[in-house]
Design a protein around this ligand. Structure first.
Ligand SMILES: NC(=O)c1ccc[n+]([C@@H]2O[C@H](COP(=O)([O-])OP(=O)(O)OC[C@H]3O[C@@H](n4cnc5c(N)ncnc54)[C@H](OP(=O)(O)O)[C@@H]3O)[C@@H](O)[C@H]2O)c1
Length: 245
């Protein structure tokens, strides 16, 4: 399987959880920096794994790097069982175009291009999974519910939220469009967990003390690829259930 944006936060934790779970898994850690991917892989290997790990360079905003990653996976494995579109960027830049450009390029166009490029390899698998790591912040139902804690955005938070709502639509369209194949599509909310998404300071990484352990996000994604959530295929899942779109 291939995880995009695997060198930190949710991606790192998920690669670790999956590689430690079983010898049947070979996790390809895709990162825009091969150095970061290799150092993340070494850290996971040092903790002890049952499955295998490898790395590939992939920047979701660089089509050439996507094509090269697809060619490498094709040459080495000839198929892909699981694609996890996890990479994302957040921006609350005061300039509206700047924040929208970054969020849309990375969180919407990138995953759409990555999915289209890897799909032929996924469709060669007997039980393929296409997983999009989204956010409850992308739920239109929650965003329009005045009783929801995510009803109001932080200042300039609308670009990230709009990107995740768009990502959800991409996943839904893939799920419907490929319903006659074996492909199972999931949108996964990883929960509010420690990562670099909100910034690199300890306050930002820990979500001002409120963020949980990304290992839990990894365990949710593991449960999806182990088939435990198959009844929820085509939906927006989180650890404990399903979110409304
Ligand atoms: N943490 C949370 O509380 C939370 C909540 C809801 C949803 N999520 C979602 O969880 C996913 C993972 O985020 P995270 O929280 O783990 O944040 P993170 O630590 O910042 O991880 C994001 C990853 O995406 C990579 N990335 C960014 N731009 C990229 C590009 N152009 N090409 C390839 N990789 C790129 C980053 O690589 P670099 O290291 O090179 O920047 C990093 O590995 C995201 O989809 C995010 O929206 C997180």
């Amino acid at each position: 399987m291939s995880r995009i944006g695997a060198n930190s936060g949710v991606g790192f934790a998920t690669a670790k959880v999956i590689a430690c779970a079983s010898e049947v898994f070979h996790v390809i850690m895709a990162s825009r920096s091969l150095e970061k991917a290799k150092s993340a892989m070494s850290e996971i290997e040092a903790a002890g794994t049952k499955g295998l790990l490898s790395t590939v360079q992939l920047d979701v905003t660089d089509e050439r790097s996507i094509e090269q990653a697809v060619a490498l996976v094709n040459q080495k494995f000839g198929r892909l069982d699981v694609l996890v579109n996890n990479a994302a960027a957040g921006s609350i830049d005061p300039d509206v175009k700047t924040r929208f450009q970054l969020c849309m390029d990375t969180n919407v166009i990138g995953p759409a291009v990555v999915s289209a490029a890897f799909r032929p390899l996924l469709l060669k698998s007997q039980k393929p999974y296409s997983i999009y790591v989204s956010s409850g912040l992308g739920s239109m139902a929650k965003a329009s519910d005045p009783t929801s804690i995510t009803y109001r955005s932080s200042t300039n938070g609308e670009a990230y939220r709009a990107s995740k709502a768009a990502l959800n639509m991409i996943a839904l369209q893939e799920s419907i469009g490929f319903s006659s194949t074996a492909l199972k599509v999931f949108v996964v909310c990883p929960g509010f967990v420690r990562s670099n998404l909100r910034g690199q300071s300890e306050e930002a990484r820990s979500g001002w003390g409120k963020a949980g352990d990304p290992q839990v996000s990894g365990e949710t994604i593991l449960s999806v690829i182990q088939g435990e959530r198959d009844a929820d295929a085509g939906q927006f899942v989180h650890r404990d259930g399903v979110y409304p779109w």
